[in-house]
Design a protein around this ligand. Structure first.
Ligand SMILES: [Zn+2]
Length: 131
């Protein structure tokens, strides 16, 4: 029975990865759900912790950020390209994002929580992750 259920979820998760409008957050939720974790996506901590984490796992005192590779500057990632034009706009913007992420994650850790970052590109290779 549990096998059947997890297989079903996995099918759903994998098929949603292939969908056009799939949001990385939804894929991450599907994956956690599939793995049997209880989590919150719209609780007070999702709103109150610095950076508004996408997913909160209270039992594990862990938060998950699902980061788009481009905006959050995933190091050495193909998706995290730097536009050739308007660099005066983009570079400070990227720097601000990186500084903000760093500050938020530090503050959450200092409040005694674990921080997990899931990158958008990692979710694109979900079949490998789920193995
Ligand atoms: Zn990436």
């Amino acid at each position: 029975m549990p096998d059947k259920i997890s297989k079903l979820h996995r099918t759903w998760v994998v098929s949603s990865v292939k969908g056009r409008d799939t949001k990385p957050e939804l894929i991450a939720r599907g994956l956690l759900h599939n793995l049997g974790y209880r989590f919150m996506v719209n609780g007070p901590r999702n709103r109150e912790l610095p950076g508004k984490p996408d997913i909160v796992l209270p039992k594990y005192r862990t938060v998950v950020f699902v980061h788009g590779c481009f905006w959050h500057r995933h190091p050495h990632c193909k998706i995290a390209t730097t536009p050739k034009s308007n660099q005066n706009y983009w570079l400070p913007k990227f720097r601000e994002n990186a500084v903000r992420d760093c500050r938020n994650q530090k503050a959450i850790r200092e409040a005694g929580w674990n921080v997990i970052v899931i990158w958008e590109c990692e979710l694109k290779d979900l079949e490998a992750v789920a193995e």
